[in-house]
Design a protein around this ligand. Sequence first.
Ligand code: 5RP
Length: 226
Amino acid sequence: MSTFSQDDLKTLVGQAALKYVVKGEIVGVGTGSTVNKFIDALASIKDQIKGAVSSSNASTERLKALGIRVFDSNDVEALSVYIDGADEVDHQGFLVKGGGAALTREKIIAAQSHQFVCIADESKLVQTLGKFPLPVEVIPMAVQRVIRQFRAMGGTAQVRLRDGVALVTDNGQHIVDVTGLQITDPLAFETLVSQWPGVVTVGVFAHQKAQVCLLGTAQGVRTLTF
Ligand code: 5RP
């Protein structure tokens, strides 16, 4: 019988990700409750790294509060490793991300990193992407058009609200969450939706998939490599 809570599993993988951090370098840092555990663990080796590139204002605040220097991504050519969570992970390392509305900056950092290490509890592992509402960051004037395009595909889409009004991302845009789609070809899906006018970023990470996933399970950390 497992005595691990979901929070324990997040702590476990957050700590396990430390071994992928390259000493003396800058590490890419994602966003979310699992990454928060990683950031807390990173503080224990902060003197052995140069700092971090962060994917959200929330992660930046947490990093800085723990004394970890945060670099602008424009000042860093490439990163050895990017550590981030996910809302869904499939058996090829394709991901759904953006539950925390940080998907655009997350995809940028994933693209500038040689290795993407995903950290998640085992509930995130799926056969086919699409059960978790797919986040899409959209320029406000295109929201209704994008919602209609997803409806035409057979999905149901709605703008994400916070306190009763449309959520505004760190980039000043809105999030459309899409349900009812089975994403059987993540690469083609990402390519297609990324081309729709007004779409800033779709939360399918197929072109920027994970190379490694550390899954927190009742038996410990399970490492998947793709
Ligand atoms: C934020 C993300 C997160 O990585 C994703 O939502 C998982 O978050 P958590 O670790 O809190 O479950 O994509 O935009």
